[in-house]
Design a protein around this ligand. Structure first.
Ligand SMILES: Nc1ncnc2c1ncn2[C@@H]1O[C@H](COP(=O)(O)OP(=O)(O)OP(=O)(O)O)[C@@H](O)[C@H]1O
Ligand SMILES: [Mg+2]
Length: 254
C-alpha cells in the first residue's frame, strides 16, 4: 500500500525557534497516526505545514490523487482540502452564534459549492440537508441540532468541529488535540468517535493528542516529536517502552 500523504524533510523556523526542524512523515490509507510530544514540540506547526496554513521554509508535502502524487507545497488550505485533507482545530473553529445544524449546512455549502452553479461540483440543497443530518447523527449531536453552538459544552464544541471537518468528505482528517479541555467523562466519547471514524468512515486520521490513554487506545502508529524533531516512531507498544520517549515526554508528565 502506498501512503495517501507524505511530508518530506519539513522545516519551519520562527526567528530562532526551530518549530519543525526536518521532519518527514507519511500517512497510510485508513490508519490512525498519533503525534505526541511535550508543549512546544512543534506538533501544531507540523499540522499547519501539512494543511497549508503555513508554508514550510523547506521540504515538500505531497498528496496522493488516484495513482499519482500531487505536490501541494505552498497551496492554500482550501485547495488542499479539495484534495481530501481536512482539519479540526485545537480551539474549536465554529460559528458560535449559529445553530449546530446551520454550522453544518454552512460547512457543507462551502465544501460542496452548492451555490456555485458555474463551478463543479454542484450538489442540491436537499443533499446538503441530508448530509448535515447524517453527520449530526454520526457525531451524536442530532438532539442539539437547533441549539446555538455557543450553548454547547466544550466537549460538544470539539465534536462539532470534527463534524465540520468531515463535511468535505476527506480521506485524511487532521485533528489537533480533540480531547483538550474535556472532562474525564467526555473523553470516552471522543475516543469512541475516533475509532468509529477509522472503522466506519474509512478516513485516515492524524491526531495530535496529549492524553496518552487516548493515544495508546486509538493509534495504529505513534510519532513522538521533541524540539521540532522526530524522536521516535512506531507501534504504540513500542513507543511506550522507548526509553528516549520516557525521558523526553513520559518522564516529564510523571
Ligand atoms: N506563529 C508563531 N510565531 C512564533 N513562534 C511560533 C508560532 N507558532 C509556533 N511557534 C513556536 O514554535 C514552537 C512549536 O509550537 P507548536 O505550537 O507547534 O507546538 P505544539 O507541539 O503544538 O505545542 P502544544 O502541545 O503546547 O500545543 C513553540 O516554541 C512555539 O512558541
Ligand atoms: Mg499545539
Amino acid at each position: 500500500m502506498e501512503p495517501v500523504l507524505r511530508g518530506e524533510d519539513l522545516r519551519k523556523y520562527f526567528g530562532n525557534v526551530r518549530a519543525v526542524d526536518g521532519v518527514s512523515l507519511h500517512v497510510m490509507p485508513g490508519e490512525t497516526l498519533s503525534i505526541i510530544g511535550p508543549n512546544g514540540a512543534g506538533k501544531t506547526t507540523l499540522l499547519n505545514l501539512v494543511s497549508g496554513i503555513i508554508r514550510p521554509d523547506s521540504g515538500r508535502v505531497v498528496v496522493r490523487r488516484g495513482d499519482r502524487y500531487v505536490d501541494v507545497t505552498g497551496w492554500s488550505p482550501a485547495r488542499i482540502t479539495r484534495l481530501g485533507v481536512a482539519r479540526a482545530f485545537q480551539v474549536p473553529n465554529i460559528f458560535d452564534n449559529m445553530t449546530v445544524i446551520d454550522n453544518l449546512r454552512a460547512a457543507l455549502v462551502g465544501a460542496t459549492g452548492v451555490y456555485s452553479r458555474t463551478l463543479k461540483p454542484y450538489y442540491s440543497i436537499a443533499s446538503v440537508e441530508e448530509e448535515a443530518w447524517r453527520l449530526l447523527e454520526f457525531f451524536g449531536l442530532a438532539g442539539k441540532a437547533e441549539s446555538l453552538a455557543r450553548d454547547l459544552s466544550h466537549g460538544e464544541k470539539k465534536v462539532l468541529d470534527m463534524a465540520l471537518a468531515l463535511a468535505s468528505k476527506p480521506n485524511i482528517l487532521l485533528l489537533d488535540e480533540p480531547t483538550a479541555g474535556l472532562s474525564a467523562a467526555e473523553k470516552p466519547l471522543v475516543t469512541g468517535l475516533l475509532k468509529r471514524l477509522r472503522d466506519e468512515a474509512g478516513v485516515a486520521i492524524v491526531v495530535v493528542e496529549h492524553d496518552l490513554d487516548v493515544v495508546f487506545e486509538v493509534s495504529d502508529r505513534v510519532m513522538v516529536m521533541h524540539e521540532g524533531r522526530l524522536l521516535a516512531e512506531g507501534p504504540p507498544e513500542e513507543v511506550r517502552r522507548d526509553p528516549r520517549v520516557k525521558e523526553a515526554y513520559l518522564g516529564e508528565e510523571a
